[in-house]
Structure formats: C-alpha cells, structure tokens
Design a binder for this molecule. Structure first.
Ligand SMILES: CC(=O)SCCNC(=O)CCNC(=O)[C@H](O)C(C)(C)COP(=O)(O)OP(=O)(O)OC[C@H]1O[C@@H](n2cnc3c(N)ncnc32)[C@H](O)[C@@H]1OP(=O)(O)O
Length: 409
C-alpha cells in the first residue's frame, strides 16, 4: 500500500475531520465545536494521509508558545487531531505522520513539541515524555470543610454570562501564562474554546455558568462550571462540575473554591485537569474525601535538544554531560554538555565523558520541572555515571511551581 502524506487543503477539511471523528468513536462533534476546530486549523501545518482519494490519516500542529521553567515563552508545535482510519491501522501511517511532523517542526525552528494523548502509551516511541500531570477528584462537600486564607472575605463574587465575560476571563488566563511552566500562549481564536458547551455533552448538568471573583472592581479570578442538581437523570446526588478555575492570588482562588463547595442542592464538587500542587489540597479538612487521582496531562518532546535545554533556566547551578539516545530524531543523539543556572544556560555538543545517560523521552518528562530525574532513575530510565551528577541535575531541573496545562487542544 502506498499512502501519500500532504498538507491539508481547506476543501478537504470536512472529509478529513470525518476520518478523525470516526477514529474517535464516530460521535459527531457539535456544530459549534466543529466550527471552532475548523477556524483554528492552520492549514499549512495540518497533514492528511491519502490512499488514492480516500483520506486515511489526520494530524496537525498548532502554533503555540510554551512557558518553560524560568518564565521564557518558547515556540512549540501543539500536536493535535491525530488519527488513522480503522481500515488502515497498524501499517505505519501514524509513524509516517510523526516522522513528517517532527521534521517540519525542526525546519520551522520550533525546539519543542507538545501534545495531550488519547492514550498515554502511543507517543513514548516517538520521544515524548509526560512533562506534566494533572489531578482529578471529587470533594464530598457534606463532610469536607475549607479553611481559607486571610483576605478571602475581601473577594466579592458575581455571576456573569460566560460569553459576555469571556474577555475578562481570558485576561486572567493570559496573566497566569508566564507564571507556570506548561501553560501556552495561543493565537487569537482560542478564547472561544472555554465557551464550548454543546447540550449533548452536558450529561444532565446545566449550561455553562461563570462566576467572577473581584477585588476593588478588578476581576481577579473566575470559575466556569455546571450544576447537576440532585434530581438530574442518572444522577447520584447533586454535583458541581468545575470546568475551569483560575485566580490571580490565593484569596481569589479560595473564594471560588468556597463558593463552589457551598452551592445549594449539591453534595460534591467534581474537578479534573488541576495542577498537582493546587491550593485546594491545603484548604480542605480531609483530602481522602476528595479522591484525588493522577493522570498524564502534557507530553513533551525535545525536537532540538540543545536549543530546548538552552531555552529554560535552572533553579540551581548545573554542569553535566548527557548521553542522549534518540532513535527517532537521530540529530539529537550523542553527548551534550549543559551548563546553566537561574540566569541562563548553554547546551553544546561535547566529546567529554558522560555524567548521565537517558533517552530524549526522559528529557521531555523532566523538562518542565514536574518529573524529577531522580524519580525517573528509580525506574531505571536514567543512569547516573558520575557520583553526584543525578542529584545535581535533578535539583537544577526542578521547578518551584508544578507544570500545568489548564485546557486540552
Ligand atoms: C495528540 C492526539 O491527537 S492523540 C489521538 C490519537 N488518536 C486516537 O487515539 C484515535 C484512535 N486511534 C487511531 O487513530 C490509531 O490507532 C493511532 C493513531 C493511535 C495509531 O495509528 P497507526 O497508523 O495504527 O499506528 P502505526 O501503525 O504507525 O503504529 C506504530 C507503533 O505504535 C503502536 N501503537 C499504535 N497505536 C497504539 C496504541 N493506541 N497503544 C499502544 N501502541 C500503539 C503500534 O503497535 C506500532 O508498534 P510497532 O512499531 O512496535 O509495531
């Protein structure tokens, strides 16, 4: 079988998107979601695999800038909408699309690729590591009490129309982007994404609601959520389903959590996709009754090892030689000397003896500071070759703020 891989033409989009929908189970996207994804499609960066005039594979890359430890905003391809038709699976079409995409990203000078995976097992073979995890949970609000920080009572709350308040919510998001590794600066149009609320996806819950947190007339946070009341069909007690919650300071966030935990006729708050170092864990009286569960969130691939490692800073001085294995992008393979600290870094080719041996996947996992090299070494995925090098590098790669991506793409 020969499959042709080419950039997507706008006239092909509907057929192309149909292949993606079918690969994801055949439930069609709601019209407003479909329209948004079409509007966000960057046609010169989206690929279709064709068997004659049959579309059999899809993959795209959004143009993002990724916040990295130290606060720099680094060009990153946001790999998305990957699928292969069921009739053509396991014949290497995904592999050929990943090959082409990483070559294209490299040619475009993007040192990083990121994605959120439908299944975590798919992308390791292409050099992606899990760079950020996220937490989901359910707070039993009949049993859990919150202790909020000073200043929380000074935050006022106001219900707002989600569409009308979109600009102020987006402004809160934009202010937070440089403060957390893993967050993405995106092109115009993405502010529509949090408002997607197809009735078919609500599962008995209300339409999207928005509450704004304000102080001195300024919006300092917001929560997007829906309520599934006690009497909703298939409900097992009323719940508040949090879609997004963001505050510019601890009091703003606590005010929003306190509000959501006290909605009448509900007995739980369900959330997903929260950062692993989220403040709620320390507000609650009983973390067991919140059932936190860890899940992979952002997968990171160093497209150019040298440029990527130079683009971030290091929270402690580091001077190590990595022996990097990268079978899929062999231009990265070999020895690299990373020298850096909190002010900056250089990462250059070297012939010196290696201090640490690892694959590019582990570098991707550790890159945002959310997964420690020591932890990876405990699973045999990083090998220390010089005494002290593993701890030195692991401390340096860490981040005081856990990486987080508050949305999918
Ligand atoms: C960023 C995103 O968009 S994530 C969305 C990913 N898409 C989906 O989950 C939609 C449903 N699934 C699909 O469309 C397809 O099954 C895909 C895209 C996951 C795989 O496409 P294929 O063309 O079958 O993959 P390909 O033949 O290139 O496989 C390459 C290797 O990955 C392995 N692989 C492929 N899919 C999976 C999987 N879901 N889990 C584990 N391994 C997998 C294959 O076994 C193969 O291994 P091998 O080289 O050792 O033989």
């Amino acid at each position: 079988m020969t499959t042709e891989l080419r950039v997507l033409d706008p006239s092909e989009w509907d057929r192309w998107f149909g292949v993606l929908e079918l690969a994801f189970g055949g439930v069609p996207e709601a019209p407003e979601a479909r329209q948004l994804w079409r509007d966000l499609t960057e046609f010169d960066r989206f690929l279709g695999a064709w068997d004659g005039d049959l579309c059999v594979g899809t993959a795209g890359a959004f143009t993002f800038r990724l916040t990295v430890p130290g606060g720099a905003s680094v060009p990153a391809g946001g790999v998305t909408m990957v699928s292969v038709a069921g009739t053509h699976r396991r014949r290497g079409i995904l592999t050929s699309m990943m090959r082409r995409q990483l070559d294209d990203l490299r040619a475009a000078g993007e040192p990083l690729a990121v994605l959120t995976a439908s299944e975590p097992e798919i992308y390791g073979r292409f050099g992606y590591g899990v760079g950020a995890y996220a937490v989901r949970g359910t707070i039993d609000t009949t049993r859990v009490r919150l202790t909020v920080p000073e200043g929380t009572d000074g935050v006022s709350l106001r219900m707002a129309d989600p569409a009308e308040s979109s600009a102020v919510c987006e402004a809160v998001h934009t202010k937070l982007v440089p403060l957390r590794p893993g967050m993405l600066a995106r092109r115009p149009g993405w502010e529509r994404e949090p408002l997607l609320d197809p009735p078919g996806d609500r599962e008995g819950a209300s339409a999207l609601l928005c509450v704004l947190a304000e102080r001195g007339g300024e919006v300092v946070g917001f929560a997007h959520y829906a309520i599934r009341p006690e009497w909703a069909p298939a409900g097992s007690g009323g719940s508040v389903n949090v879609r997004r919650l963001m505050g510019l300071d601890p009091a703003a966030e606590a005010a929003l959590w306190r509000f959501l935990c006290s909605v009448d006729l509900t007995s739980s708050v369900r959330f997903r996709g929260r950062p692993v170092d989220d403040g709620w864990q320390h507000l609650v009286s009983d973390v067991r009754r919140c059932e936190p569960t860890l899940r992979d969130a952002l997968h990171v691939r160093l497209v150019e090892v040298g440029a990527a490692l130079e683009a971030r800073t290091y929270q402690a001085p580091v001077d190590v030689v990595f022996e990097v294995e990268d079978a899929f992008c062999p231009w990265n393979a070999g020895r690299w000397r990373l020298t850096g600290d909190a002010k900056g870094a250089t990462c250059v080719r070297t012939g010196d003896a290696p201090d640490l041996a690892l694959s590019v996947r582990e570098l991707g996992a550790a890159y945002l500071g959310g997964t420690s090299l020591v932890s990876l070494a405990s699973a045999g995925r990083v090998r220390g070759l010089r005494e002290g090098a593993l701890v030195e590098a692991s401390v340096a790669f860490g981040s005081p703020v856990a990486p987080w991506l508050p949305h999918g793409f």
